[in-house]
Design a protein around this ligand. Sequence first.
Ligand code: AP5
Ligand code: ZN
Length: 216
Amino acid sequence: MRLVLVGPPGAGKGTQAEFIAAHLSVPKISTGDIFRSNVTQGTPLGVEAKRYMDAGELVPDEVTINMVRDRLAEPDASEGFLLDGFPRTTPQAAALDKLLADLGTALDLVLELVVDDDEVIRRLSGRRTCRGCGKIWHVEFDATTRPDVCDRCGAELFQRDDDKPETIATRLREYGEKTAPLVDYYGAQGKLVGIDATGPVEDVTTRAIDALRSYG
Ligand code: AP5
Ligand code: ZN
């Protein structure tokens, strides 16, 4: 299955992507994770992306599209994938459609995680991420036994640089201006399914998997 997860920053895309990708046995491809790993390694791509990420702005389309094209060419993505955080602009969506059409295939479904701005701010301001295994935690909603230590692998947790209040505000603005139009784009293709992303993580996963079942 070829699937896209769309939703505002902090909607729970990364959290849900892990479960949904495992359920479908497809790779989870997160552009945010790929950029962050390039930033950590200090690659030229990471140096360029960091400027935008720290400001809460989107990395330019051309850079992002080329990166995704390379990732989708890897063998593990040939039978299906779950994209988390891409596409995020109409040009990115059009580029993805073209890329898949050239391969003789197409997206199956786009899942939109629906959650309001107040909840997004609560989720992002308490998010902690594991430096070792990448698991996403929350100080209140999904707390570890010891603060700043991952229960799964024992590595240290960190707070993302772009989870500062002023950067969150810019990310929400970018989402409204540049990404929200994708709801109409995929709606017009008949591929969009909206999911209520509030409530416990497991409930959201169940809603997502039920939606896949009814459309798959
Ligand atoms: P990216 O990493 O994609 O960030 P984002 O879209 O802002 O999304 P987040 O990762 O912040 O949130 P999420 O929805 O994954 O939520 P999570 O599961 O962590 O992008 C970062 C930057 O990279 C961008 O700003 C941009 O600069 C660049 N970039 C990336 N892709 C790009 C693209 N295509 N084009 C251009 N630039 C791009 O959950 C959040 C918190 O809530 C966690 O603490 C979690 O534990 C908690 N939580 C989750 N679900 C629940 C629940 N049901 N109840 C309570 N708490 C919950
Ligand atoms: Zn860990």
